[in-house]
Design a protein. Structure first.
Lengths: 82, 82
């Protein structure tokens, strides 16, 4: 069966996020003042062929560990959809 | 009140996603064969000071339209958390 898996890869909370800071500055320049913090990461959707939802999640976890997320700077969260 | 808003910005479904294709190739090279499609976009969290949830969502929508998403190539989805 085919499973759709979403992975969110975000900069660790204790680290600065320069891209987010730059976007916050850009929003200020556009007149949007009420945004107090911006953090930017990656959103990845995988379509995985697997025998069960648990197996698909394991594959997504392996993909995140091996390639998608850099644990020194990022954390990831996996969400199964339908 | 402060609201946490999540925005997902993804490449339009009808467009190729070269970054996703490259990551799929990388996963194959690492021995992960069962991933059939990969799409990569941005995940953005905003912390917004607003009077109501609806007002916060409007600000996130304006930020997406003006800066975060390029409608020619991307679509976005907004989700309020807590």
């Amino acid at each position: 069966m085919t499973y759709n898996v979403q992975i969110r890869v975000m900069p660790l909370k204790e680290l600065l996020d320069p891209q987010g800071k730059a976007v916050m500055g850009g929003l200020r320049n556009l007149g949007i003042q009420s945004v107090e913090d911006v953090r930017i990461g990656k959103h990845i959707t995988l379509q995985i062929e697997a025998e069960s939802e648990a197996a698909a999640k394991d594959i997504a976890d392996a993909a995140s560990k091996k390639l998608l997320a850099n644990p020194v700077m990022e954390f990831y969260e996996i969400e199964m959809i339908n």
